[in-house]
Design a protein around this ligand. Structure first.
Ligand code: FAD
Length: 545
C-alpha cells in the first residue's frame, strides 16, 4: 500500500485549512448578513399601533448642528407608548448578540448627532401624540403632555385656561423629552429653575422595555436620573409640567453697558433680589460689529426714545442686559403708565420698574423699550427662524458652544474671551446670564458648577457654508477649541451644557464625583446600553456567539 507523500499530505492539509477558513469566513459573513437582513423582518413582525419605515431614514440622520450624519436602519413612528415599549423590549430580548440601539428623536435640534442612531432605530417622538394634552387648572395647576410634544403647542393649549408653564427655553419649537433630557433654561431660570425643576411626574420606557411612572416620591431614582440624563436611562413618553397664571403682555427692556464688571454686578443684583423684580433676565455680548445673524432676535422692535436710537456702538465691546416684566391687561393702570412711558422720550416707567431701573448702572442713553404680547415674547426666536429660513441661512452648520461658568470666574473668562480670543461677534448671538443654583435639584443628572451662582454663556454661532473666513466652520471650531483650552488651563471649573465629548475619560471628568451614580443608573435602567447612542457615553457591547 502506498502512503501519500509528505508534500501531498502538506498540500491537502493546506487545502483543508483553506477550506475551513473559507467556511468560517462565509459563516461569519452569513451570520452578520443574517443578523442585519433579519432585523427588519423581526421588527416588521412586531404588533404595533404605529409603523416602522425602513426606506425614508435619511431625515433622521440630520440635526440642527448640521455636522454629523448617522444613518439608522429604521425609523419608528409610534402611535402609542406600547409601540415604544414593545420595540425596546424586543431589542432587550435579543440581548448582546444584536447591535441594534435606539435613539429618541424629539425635534432633532441636537448639535452633534445626539438624537441619531448609527445602524439603529430612531423613534420619531413627535408621532406619539396620544393621549392628547390635558390641562388641570386649580390651586396647583399642571398639564400632562406627551414626551414628543413641542413647547409651543403646550403654550397654546395652556393659554386656553389662562395658564402657562413657568420655565422656558428661548426657542419653543423643541420637544419636552428633548429639553428635559438636558435641562431647559432661559431667562426665567433664575427664579423658577430650569425646566427639569418644574416637572412633577414622568412616564418612562426603560432600556429593558418597561413602562414606569416616576416622581419625587415614586421610583424617584429613575425620575431624577432621567431629568438631565441625556436620554441614557429611559425614553420620556409623558410628563406632568407645572403651570402658573399666564400674563397677557410683556414689557421688554434692553440697556447697554461698556464695562463687563458693572454689567455682571447688575445682573447678579437682579437675580438675587428678595422681591420679584423682573420675570426674565438674560444678556448678550456685542463685539465690534453686528451682522445679519446678530439680529437673530429681530423680533425686538423697540419704540425708543430718540437718544437711544442714535446710540452708536463704534466697534466697542458692549454688554446688553435684557429684561422682561409681565403684566395683565386688566391692570389698566400699569398699561396706561406703560403707554405713557412709551410715548415720552425720557422712557419713564411704572413706579416699581422705575425703582429697579434706577438701581442699575447702564449707559443712561441706551434704554430700549418694547411692549409685546406674552406669546410674541416667548416665541421670539421663531420670528428669526422664519427670516433665516427664507434666506437659506437656517440649515447651515451650527458649531454651538454652551458653558456654565462659576460666578467667581466669570470676570477672568470675560477678560480673556470677549475681545482677546473673540475679536468680533461672529455670526450668531453670544448669550450670557447668571442663574441661582438653589433652584436646581442636585439629585437630577444635570451637571452644573459648584457655586451658588453660575453663568450660562452660549456661543450660538452659524457657519457660512464653504466660507474659509472668520464666519467659516473651521475658524469657529478653532475659536471654540481655544475657549475650551483656556477654561481648562485656567482651572475655571466650567461645565459644558448640551455636552459633547468623544471619550469616556472626558465624560468621567464631566460628571466628576457623580460619574459613579451615573454608571450605576445606566446598569440599572439600560444595562445593554441600547438608549441614546448618539451621546457617545456608553457603547453597546456585542458578543458574536
Ligand atoms: P433632540 O435633539 O431630538 O434630542 C436631544 C437628546 O434627547 C437626544 O439624545 C435624544 O435621544 C434625547 N431625547 C429626545 N426625546 C427624548 C425623550 N422623549 N425621552 C428621552 N430622551 C429623549 N436649550 C435650552 O436649554 N435653552 C434654550 O434657550 C435653547 N434654545 C435653543 C434654540 C435653538 C434654535 C435650538 C436649535 C436649540 C436650543 N436649545 C436650548 C437646545 C435644546 O434644548 C436641545 O437642542 C435639545 O436637544 C432639544 O431639542 P429636541 O427636542 O429637538 O431634542
Amino acid at each position: 500500500m502506498r502512503y501519500p507523500s509528505v508534500s501531498l499530505h502538506r498540500q491537502s492539509n493546506i487545502l483543508l485549512i483553506r477550506s475551513f477558513m473559507l467556511l468560517f469566513l462565509s459563516c461569519v459573513t452569513i451570520r452578520i448578513k443574517l443578523c442585519f437582513s433579519s432585523i427588519p423582518y423581526t421588527l416588521k413582525a412586531l404588533p404595533l399601533d404605529g409603523h416602522f419605515n425602513f426606506d425614508e431614514v435619511h431625515l433622521s440622520a440630520k440635526d440642527f448642528g448640521n455636522r454629523y450624519q448617522f444613518l439608522p436602519v429604521a425609523v419608528l413612528h409610534p402611535k402609542s407608548v406600547s409601540d415604544i415599549a414593545t420595540t425596546i423590549e424586543h431589542i432587550w430580548q435579543m440581548g448582546p448578540h444584536s447591535e441594534l440601539t435606539v435613539a429618541a428623536r424629539g425635534h432633532g435640534h441636537s448639535l452633534q448627532g445626539q438624537s441619531q442612531a448609527h445602524g439603529g432605530i430612531v423613534i420619531n417622538m413627535q408621532s406619539l401624540r396620544g393621549p392628547y394634552m390635558q390641562v388641570y387648572p386649580g390651586n396647583s395647576p399642571y398639564v400632562d403632555v406627551s414626551g414628543g410634544e413641542l413647547w409651543i403647542n403646550i403654550l397654546h393649549e395652556s393659554l386656553k385656561f389662562g395658564l402657562a408653564p413657568k420655565s422656558w427655553t428661548d426657542y419653543l419649537h423643541l420637544t419636552v423629552g428633548g429639553t428635559l433630557s438636558n435641562a431647559g433654561i432661559s431667562g426665567q431660570a433664575f427664579r423658577h429653575g430650569p425646566q427639569i425643576s418644574n416637572v412633577h411626574q414622568l412616564e418612562v420606557v426603560t432600556g429593558k422595555g418597561e413602562v414606569v411612572t416616576c416622581s419625587e416620591k415614586q421610583n424617584s431614582d429613575l425620575f431624577h436620573g432621567v431629568l438631565g440624563g441625556l436620554g441614557q436611562f429611559g425614553i420620556i413618553t409623558r410628563a406632568r409640567i407645572l403651570l402658573e397664571p399666564a400674563p397677557d403682555m410683556v414689557k421688554w427692556i434692553r440697556v447697554l453697558y461698556s464695562d463687563f464688571s458693572t454689567f455682571a454686578r447688575d445682573q447678579e443684583k437682579l437675580i438675587s433680589a428678595a422681591e420679584n423684580t423682573f420675570d426674565y433676565i438674560e444678556g448678550f455680548v456685542i463685539i465690534n460689529r453686528t451682522g445679519l445673524l446678530n439680529n437673530w432676535r429681530s423680533s425686538f422692535n423697540p419704540q425708543d426714545p430718540v437718544q437711544a436710537s442714535q446710540f452708536k456702538s463704534d466697534g466697542r465691546t458692549l454688554f446688553c442686559l435684557e429684561l422682561a416684566k409681565y403684566f395683565h391687561l386688566d391692570e389698566t393702570d400699569v398699561v396706561n403708565q406703560v403707554r405713557h412711558a412709551l410715548a415720552h422720550h425720557q422712557g419713564r416707567f411704572p413706579k416699581e420698574i422705575e425703582n429697579y431701573m434706577s438701581q442699575l448702572s447702564y449707559i443712561t442713553s441706551t434704554l430700549f423699550l418694547s411692549e409685546v404680547t406674552y406669546i410674541e415674547f416667548l416665541d421670539r426666536v421663531h420670528v428669526s427662524e422664519v427670516i433665516l429660513r427664507s434666506k437659506g441661512l437656517w440649515e447651515v452648520p451650527h458649531p454651538w458652544l454652551n458653558l456654565f461658568i462659576p460666578k467667581s470666574k466669570i470676570q477672568d473668562f470675560a477678560d480673556e474671551v470677549f475681545g482677546k480670543i473673540l475679536k468680533e461677534t461672529s455670526n450668531g448671538p453670544i448669550l450670557i446670564y447668571p442663574v441661582n443654583k438653589s433652584k436646581w435639584n442636585n439629585r437630577t443628572s444635570a451637571v452644573i458648577p459648584e457655586e451658588d451662582i453660575f453663568y450660562l454663556v452660549a456661543f450660538l454661532t452659524s457657519a457660512v457654508p464653504s466660507s474659509t473666513g472668520t464666519d467659516g466652520l473651521e475658524h469657529i471650531l478653532t475659536q471654540n477649541k481655544k475657549i475650551l483650552e483656556f477654561c481648562e488651563t485656567a482651572h475655571l471649573g466650567v461645565k459644558q451644557y448640551l455636552p459633547h465629548y468623544t471619550t469616556q475619560e472626558e465624560w468621567r471628568a464631566h460628571y466628576g464625583p457623580r460619574w459613579e451614580v451615573f454608571v450605576k443608573r445606566k446598569s440599572a435602567y439600560d444595562p445593554l446600553a441600547v438608549l441614546a447612542p448618539g451621546q457617545r457615553i456608553f457603547h453597546k457591547a456585542i458578543t458574536f456567539s
